[in-house]
Design a protein around this ligand. Structure first.
Ligand code: FAD
Ligand code: SF4
Length: 339
């Protein structure tokens, strides 16, 4: 770990201002906000990230940790802890896909520390990215190559990959936000604004080191999740090497609006198989207006992986991903949902 300056945020405005001054100076190792620290401090200890300055935003917890439900939907503060949201009765009842995705992530101790804002900004678990003794990693060192292409790539992505990076987006919560049409609340040097959550993560393309559309100095302040007819009939299915404390090999967040057993609307987002939280738009389009039976779910899953690109060790992923979608859709269809 390298030396860094530590600053405690006094309020949101001063935290943004402090971060923006640093950003304007074009210093190579940028400033980082410190929330739970469960991603950031790990990566600093192994020298993958070496910011000059940390701005600890935990003093803002009181104003940034709301969990509020009303007729318009759910509002979650960026500093709300994963465990607090996962076990909140309103979230469990009205937005089960959120509660399940959070409960299936990390460990109990980590969930007590980890914030929602930090969760959606977690970095990939690609072992070449996390081990600086490997020189070739375009995400860590732009232009250096990609050791995973010819190396060990069992956990890597098959959707949204590029010739420069095939790293998997590792989180679970983001997929729940995708199927619920969530909006991100942001505070930046130009003031407050919001954007659809699905615009946060960038495909790797030829700049895999630029992972999000956040601009320097911007803080995520919260998430707005609108009231939608499919929110209650939603779930998260996560398939992994062991049943606890493990990242997804494939996962599916699914939300369904059924009328007389026909699909009136459907949302599917995939984890563990793609470089970003992945909305399975082709699968959704196939299912619209159809009966949700095994044959249609299987055909939808085929459509979801039609553009998959595999490498030496991850050619099992499209089949695992398809099976995950089918299981998740059929399970969602059979849920008892009271109106
Ligand atoms: P931090 O580490 O404090 O910050 C992470 C990044 O986000 C930093 O770059 C920081 O500057 C930035 N940041 C934080 N908050 C904000 C904000 N409000 N605005 C702008 N930038 C911000 N996650 C899963 O989803 N599923 C898993 O199965 C899973 N397993 C894990 C297993 C292990 C062993 C570990 C260590 C982590 C695992 N995680 C998993 C990841 C964990 O959920 C994240 O580390 C955690 O959610 C990050 O939140 P944090 O508050 O600790 O973020
Ligand atoms: Fe780096 Fe991406 Fe290649 Fe992993 S897959 S080594 S993160 S460039």
């Amino acid at each position: 770990m390298r030396p860094f300056a530590y600053e405690r945020a006094r309020d949101l405005e001063s935290a943004v201002k402090s971060a923006s001054v640093q950003a304007d100076a074009h210093i190579r190792a940028p400033i980082q906000f410190l929330a739970g620290g469960t991603t950031l401090l790990d990566l600093m200890k192994i020298d993958v990230m070496s910011p000059d300055r940390l701005i600890d935003i935990n003093p803002l917890e009181k104003s940034l940790s709301e969990i509020t439900l009303d007729g318009n939907g759910l509002r979650l503060g960026a500093l709300a802890r994963m465990s607090a949201v996962a076990h909140h009765p309103n979230v469990e009842r009205e937005y089960p896909v959120i509660a399940q995705a959070l409960k299936l992530g990390a460990s109990a101790q980590l969930r007590n520390m980890a914030s929602l804002g930090g969760n959606v900004l977690q970095r990939t678990r690609c072992h070449y990215f996390r081990d600086v003794s490997w020189q070739a990693c375009n995400k860590r060192d732009p232009g250096s190559g990609c050791a995973a292409m010819e190396g060990s790539n069992r956990n890597h992505a098959v959707l949204g990959v590029s010739d420069h990076c095939i790293a998997t987006y590792p989180g679970d919560f983001a997929q729940a936000l995708m199927v619920l049409d969530a909006t991100l609340q942001i505070m930046g040097p130009d003031g407050k604004h919001s954007m659809p959550f699905h615009q946060l993560h960038r495909l790797p393309g030829d700049t895999p080191h630029i992972e999000t559309t956040l601009r320097p100095g911007e803080i995520i302040t919260g998430f707005n999740i609108p009231a939608r007819p499919w929110a209650r009939r939603s779930l998260y299915l996560k398939v992994r090497d062991r049943e606890s404390y493990e990242f997804a090999l494939a996962s599916a967040a699914v939300a369904l609006d059924l009328k007389d057993e026909m699909v009136r609307d459907v949302r599917i987002a995939l984890g563990g198989v793609a470089t970003v939280p992945w909305r399975a738009g082709e699968a959704e389009a196939f299912l619209m207006g159809k009966a949700l039976d095994e044959a249609n779910a299987t055909a939808a899953a085929e459509a979801a992986f039609a553009s998959a690109r595999t490498h030496a060790h991850n050619d099992f992923k499209p089949e695992l991903g398809r099976n995950t979608i089918v299981r998740a859709l059929l399970a969602a269809a059979s849920l008892e949902v009271r109106s």
